[in-house]
Design a binder for this molecule. Sequence first.
Ligand code: SF4
Length: 130
Amino acid sequence: MIPLHDGVHTLARSMASAWRRGREERRWMHLEPEEREARLRDLGLARFDPSLFGERSDSATSQLPRMMAVFGVDPMTPLVVGNGVKRDLERVCSACPARSRCARVLDQGPTPEACAFCPNAMTLEALGHH
Ligand code: SF4
């Protein structure tokens, strides 16, 4: 059996740790996407993975359909819906480090060439040619 004072210290340590994690997460959330990228590069991480920080992104539902339209891809075609292609596109989109740029570019009615930075661009281009 754990002595009471050890249990209290353990609880206090885990509360302090949770508080520090929450503070770090709030700091992270206030950074601009470019600042986050720069910090991750400083840490030697190649790209931003939102799941590491518990950040939720709605880009797969808000931006991906618009990007599909740029490339002339019908989101309901069996080519997209079947074989896990849509799921892969959404997974990449949810972790995309270029979401802010994407939102800006999509608002300008872009050509496919202007969207070459999209990590899904090659797949969407191939799908658009079918
Ligand atoms: S640029 Fe990123 S956010 Fe925009 S559609 Fe492509 S993967 Fe999604």
